[in-house]
Design a binder for this molecule. Structure first.
Ligand code: MG
Length: 291
């Protein structure tokens, strides 16, 4: 039996969705998408990523997007940063929250960012510390929480170790990503039990991918176990460009429907999310047609 409550949905489409979109989207179209999303009453929107343009060309206009969008008062606008230089950009752009990332799988870390997990954590130490000094909350993404595309299954202990080290760095939120959408519902029981010694389910955010079509059943099980915070992407936009075979962020529209079906609330306006998705699809179709 699920009690009365509210589920927190963070919209990550503008960052995690668009970074996987091969068609170049104009700055104006991104801003229009964000402005439409901003009218849907999300508690948080991850706007962009301050990464090197040669790494993710799609997000090279991060500063212009953040400067051009219209912010809603009740929404926190966050930005992903890989290093101190990215943090400089995010702070200058007025990000209200910083996201950093590390993998629970050594091979994924090596292939994704050409660095070991420890090297990533070492690089993030000053980033987290400076963000916290600027009084910003910091989300720590952990990828490959169930399975790695190179190493296979990832143990819950491995995930806990990385989470523990992120908490030691000072992150204020753990955001666990099923990067290749491999999780089944029972994985949540095991994972949350192992994590319980360092973080309660209600302190964890889940970032699910619907690659295998199971994201919603995994989310439902997680909610039953006490998880109240999820990421999703409007229209199911995007996956991970660095993880082969991992399309499919779970769609915000589907998460909102699931939560409503469970008799819980999000405060997010589902009709307005559909407006935002339709707007972006229209602009993407136009961009493709003009190529
Ligand atoms: Mg994702």
């Amino acid at each position: 039996m699920i009690g009365q409550g509210t589920i927190r949905i963070s919209e990550v489409g503008p960052r995690d969705g668009l970074q996987n979109e091969p068609t170049a989207i104009s700055t104006a179209a991104k801003i229009a998408f964000l402005n439409a999303l901003s009218q849907a009453n999300f508690p948080e929107i991850e706007v962009t990523s301050f990464v090197r343009a040669d790494r993710v060309a799609q997000l090279a206009d991060a500063a212009a997007v953040m400067a051009g969008m219209t912010r809603a008062a009740g929404t926190v606008y966050s930005a992903l940063v890989p290093n101190e230089r990215g943090l400089d950009g995010a702070l200058a752009a007025g990000a209200q929250k910083i996201s950093v990332f590390v993998s629970a799988s050594e091979s994924f870390s090596q292939r994704n960012v050409n660095a070991s997990i420890q090297e990533c954590l070492d690089k993030l130490r000053p980033v987290v510390s400076r963000a916290r000094a600027a009084k910003l909350p910091v989300r720590g993404y952990v990828s490959c929480i169930v399975k790695c595309p190179y190493d296979g299954l990832v143990s819950a202990q491995q995930v806990r170790d990385v989470c523990e080290r992120l908490l030691e760095l000072g992150v204020t939120e753990l955001d666990l990503g099923d990067t290749i959408g491999a999780a089944v519902a029972q994985d949540m029981d095991r994972l949350l039990a192992v994590l319980a010694s360092i973080a309660a389910p209600k302190e964890i955010t889940l970032h699910l991918h619907n690659t295998s079509g199971r994201a919603l059943e995994v989310a439902q099980r997680a909610i039953e176990l006490g998880v109240v915070s999820f990421d999703s992407s409007a229209g199911g936009l995007g996956g991970c460009p660095f993880a082969p075979g991992s399309p499919g962020n779970v769609a915000t529209e589907d998460m909102l429907e699931l939560v409503a079906r469970l008799g819980l609330a999000t405060g997010v306006n589902a009709a307005q999310v559909r407006v935002a998705t339709a707007r972006l699809r229209h602009d993407m179709d136009n961009a493709r047609a003009q190529r």
